[in-house]
Design a protein around this ligand. Structure first.
Ligand code: ADP
Length: 259
């Protein structure tokens, strides 16, 4: 058996969510070894669930997110149907084992709120008017959480919608920036989010250059806010390149094989 690598003091503090003395060291390096403008390592894959119409899986640092999409299909219950467009039904759910302390499997108020804001972040991208009286169902399961899960959920859900073949104006990709130890940083992990001063999640349609979600938790000056948004959008652009790769690695390869 492989010997387990002994964790450094810094890693232990990060994993146990104990408040670290500093979030950024003198060299400008964050507690997980990243630079201020560096994203966490990301892995994306589409078409991971054969039983769903579309699906995607994402790992971003220690976050693990799985999304399954169904539809468009006749809306149920009937009263939710809209005569002129499809509705998106979105459920963001944190698994009981996704956080340190077992979370109740029942939807929390936070799950309900995030389901709404994620739905609103996705709606502008989908040609809902093509499918009147139908619903598109988006199920987001957070398997493991380490900060920024609403953004990771949006990035993954957009991939799953594309994988389901649902016509979209653009992909949606999301990334947060915020303030930790007085510095503006991108893609905050849980400890930075909790101990830091501010968090600004941004969802973005990269080809239309349009923001579909903008929230802020904490306090920032006007200049810091502008810097955080620009940094978050830069992060979105990097994640978008990986979204395209994930889609290409399923669809482009298959097309070539068929020829
Ligand atoms: P986001 O995940 O989008 O940053 P929040 O700011 O609400 O959303 O949450 C930050 C982080 O707090 C989550 O990603 C997760 O790691 C952690 N968290 C959320 N809910 C719980 C919970 N019930 N127990 C422990 N940690 C939680």
């Amino acid at each position: 058996m492989k010997a387990t690598k002994k964790k450094t003091k810094k890693e232990t503090e990060t994993l146990s969510n104990k408040k670290p003395e500093t979030l950024i060291d003198k060299k400008g390096i964050r507690i997980d070894g990243r630079k201020l403008d560096e994203l966490r390592p990301v892995k994306m894959e589409v078409g991971v669930l054969p039983n769903a119409d579309g699906s995607a899986y994402l790992e971003q640092g220690r976050n693990k997110v799985l999304v399954g999409v169904y539809g468009p299909k006749e809306a149920h219950p009937r009263h939710i149907a809209q005569q002129d467009r499809a509705v998106i039904q979105c459920r963001y759910h944190m698994a009981p084992f996704s956080v340190d302390e077992r979370k109740s499997p029942a939807p929390s108020r936070r799950d309900v709120e995030l389901s709404k804001v994620i739905r609103e972040a996705l709606e502008p991208a989908v040609f809902l008017e093509y499918f009147p009286k139908t619903s598109i169902q988006v199920y987001i399961e957070i398997l493991q959480a380490d900060g920024g899960t609403r953004c990771a959920g949006i990035t993954t859900a957009a991939l799953a919608l594309a994988d389901a073949g649902i016509p979209m104006r653009d992909l949606v990709v999301a990334c947060a920036a915020g303030k930790a130890d007085g510095k503006i940083v991108v893609d905050l992990m849980d400890t930075e989010d909790k101990v830091g001063d501010a968090d600004v999640p941004v969802a973005y349609m990269p080809n239309l250059n349009a923001v579909t979600l903008l929230q802020m938790d904490g306090n920032l000056s006007t200049d810091e806010f502008a810097k955080a948004i620009n940094m978050a959008i830069d992060g979105c652009k990097q994640l978008y390149a990986q979204q395209k790769e994930a889609l290409k690695s399923k669809y482009v390869v298959e097309e070539v094989e068929e020829e």
